[in-house]
Design a protein around this ligand. Sequence first.
Ligand SMILES: Nc1ncnc2c1ncn2[C@@H]1O[C@H](COP(=O)(O)OP(=O)(O)OP(=O)(O)O)[C@@H](O)[C@H]1O
Length: 343
Amino acid sequence: MIRIENLSVRLPGFSLGPVDLCVEEGEFFCLLGPTGSGKTLILESVAGLVRVSHGRIMVSDRNVTGLPPERRGVGIVYQDCALFPHLSVEKNIHYGLRYHNGVNSDGHVRCRDLVERLGLAHLLSRSVTTLSGGEKQRVALARALATAPSVLLLDEPLAALDPCFREEIRDLFRSLHSETGITVLMVTHDFTDAHTLAQRVAILHDGRIEQTGSADTVFRKPATTFVADFVGMQNVLPARVESGILIVDGLNLAMPAENGHHSFAAIRPEHVHVLPKSHDAGEEGIPGRIRSIVNQGLFAELAVEASGVTVKAVMLTSSLMENEFRQGGQVSLRIDPADVHLI
Ligand SMILES: Nc1ncnc2c1ncn2[C@@H]1O[C@H](COP(=O)(O)OP(=O)(O)OP(=O)(O)O)[C@@H](O)[C@H]1O
């Protein structure tokens, strides 16, 4: 368990916090946010690598705020692995043991088990400078776990890897977490990590947490326009309700089930259905004109102008071809009220 209470870190050009965050025992938690929003600083505060200005950090019910990194019971893996280039794979893995209750038989047994589990036995005598990206990450993970930390901190460990290694290491994190039940706090830019690994996520903005929840909730029901933009809603439009009709900018839409006071409607581009003009789009069909098409290969991104509003949509390129959609062409838009999220 990691409990961060009222944490602030003041640096010359940046202020983190106040941040409150609890990662439950055995949870896999992802921190997401734009570059420079303070994700790494949170991780470094937990690891004891940065001076905390205010607040308290608990790891497994122990107040570790004033403790040096090696006494906090945390393991950390960085994006660039930060392995010691002058040491072999084996020496890198054993490195931390000397600072954690000395080199004892428990530590050696644990390292042997990790070497086995992470498929590193044939690499032990190799210099780490000769390893592939995926192999380096597995060594970094073994080194971080060698001291039996109660929590594992991962700072964008997949970002520098080729897509094929990324999938392999992501699977490794997933199985390791489910087998050991270790508490994991991971910084990532990648929404796939959030969806496939995390039980919960937090979105950071300018040193503050803007929303915490399951990946599904945060992606489908963002609490703020910032989170909506960040998770790729693309259509975040001023909205008001008049006589039971939702007026989104200049568009009249059927009212979604959500109630309460709202100022914005957020609609994911994949929830905007673009249909040929002749197609029966039903009562909700909104006439529009295609302003632009960007072909991304498998998908195409469309900007459609409807009643003076630019609505973003994505569709399969095959469907774009089939329907012979062209820039300037007339279309009908259909948006299911259930896919309109009010903020
Ligand atoms: N030791 C430091 N001294 C001064 N400023 C720092 C220090 N460490 C981080 N910062 C600044 O704090 C801000 C947040 O940095 P941080 O590395 O936490 O961002 P991040 O969200 O992890 O970004 P990225 O996704 O690009 O890694 C940045 O503006 C950074 O320049």
